[in-house]
Design a protein. Structure first.
Ligand SMILES: C=CC1=C(C)c2cc3[nH]c(cc4nc(cc5[nH]c(cc1n2)c(C)c5CCC(=O)O)C(CCC(=O)O)=C4C)c(C)c3C=C
Ligand SMILES: [Fe+2]
Ligand SMILES: [Fe+2]
Length: 322
């Protein structure tokens, strides 16, 4: 490996260690205690979280995780580990994995890089579109860990890559590769993870980033705009989230006569519960029930070649001068 003393910390959201209600409760408790994710005052939120959400949601969500669990663990973890390995091979510098919630933590990832002699760290949150709920939460955890260290590494932090040409190319290639094998759909829907509308109203640029990704992808695919649109999935709680909602959009498309629908999820760097279960299982059922015939989830970029090449280029550009 090259010895220019920099290392890469790849960060994603995290996932439970097991598909059991207890492991899911531990994971959700850490995740849903983060004020970046749920900003409600603690005296109001903690009773709802401990009294209702954790006891009711954990066993329910455990069944969903069980339906997508892979031989080597949670899909999010399996694909993230493959990304780490492939990027390290391509870059020839140390690459560590850290999850904002659960294991391996950001602290563990930073410690691994330190142990490998890296005195410069480039943090790459695997969220193409910036959101305070995800990207800023990564920054908080990195800062919290480094606050405790007398000698901190030189740091660089990638805020977003929603419009990076190599990211758009990787998305376009994943769609065209999929269509080369499976034929083209009547309609392509880009489904992004949602956030509360209030967060966007207060300045979170996430929806603007999602719009730009969709526009650039449509252009790159030369897709007629009446055959492609975007929506937001994974709504949580009672307040309004970004609209249009994915499930309602899918139902409306089927009712309008779309027979074959392909969905891709550009905000997810790897396949996970929200793509493999919510989209590929629940949304498929909604589409078929509403009159659709064929429904496909185009896999996330995961560890595919174009994605790793994009990550390598992104890192190399941000590490210039190191
Ligand atoms: C409570 C509010 C939530 C916000 C805000 C939120 C934003 C957000 N999340 C992702 C990416 C992922 N989320 C995943 C799971 C997940 N998300 C929430 C809630 C919020 N997300 C919950 C409660 C869960 C757990 C599952 C459930 O109980 O429904 C995942 C998948 C994790 C896995 O183990 O597979 C990802 C990835 C983004 C990108 C985002 C904002 C842009
Ligand atoms: Fe609490
Ligand atoms: Fe989420």
């Amino acid at each position: 490996m090259k010895n220019n003393n920099y290392g890469v910390l790849l960060v994603n959201l995290g996932t439970p260690d097991e598909a059991s209600p207890a492991a899911i409760k531990r994971f959700l408790s850490e995740f849903l205690h983060d004020k970046r994710v749920v900003d409600m005052t603690r005296w109001l939120w903690c009773p709802i979280l401990h009294g209702v959400i954790l006891p009711i949601r954990s066993p329910k969500v455990a069944k969903l995780y069980q339906s997508v669990w892979m031989e080597d663990g949670s899909p999010l973890m399996v694909y993230s580990q493959r990304q780490r390995q492939a990027l390290e091979k391509q870059l020839n510098v140390p690459v560590a994995l850290g999850m904002t919630y659960g294991t391996p933590s950001i602290a563990t990832g930073l410690a691994e890089l330190k142990q490998q002699g890296c005195d410069k760290v480039l943090v790459l949150p695997l969220y193409p579109q910036y959101s305070g709920t995800t990207t800023a939460a990564v920054f908080d955890r990195v800062a919290k860990e480094l606050k405790q260290q007398p000698h901190i590494p030189e740091l660089r932090f990638i805020n977003h890559y929603f419009d990076h040409p190599d990211y758009i190319d990787a998305l376009a290639l994943s769609a065209t590769d999929f269509w080369a094998e499976n034929g083209k759909p009547d309609y392509l829907l880009c489904s992004y993870h949602g956030i509360p509308k209030r967060y966007a109203d207060n300045g979170d640029p996430y929806p603007k980033h999602c719009h730009t990704t969709t526009e650039k992808l449509a252009e790159r695919l030369a897709m007629p705009r009446e055959k492609m649109s975007m929506s937001y999935q994974s709504i949580f709680g009672r307040e309004e989230w970004l609209q249009p909602y994915t499930e309602a959009t899918i139902e409306a498309l089927a009712k309008k006569g779309v027979k074959r629908l392909d969905v891709m999820c550009p905000a997810f760097s790897v396949d996970c519960l929200e793509t493999l279960e919510e989209i590929a299982e629940q949304c498929k059922e909604t589409f078929i029930k509403a009159g659709g015939d064929v429904f496909n989830l185009i896999p996330c970029l995961n560890d595919n070649e174009a994605h790793i090449r994009m990550m390598k280029n992104l890192v190399t550009q941000h590490a210039q001068g190191w």
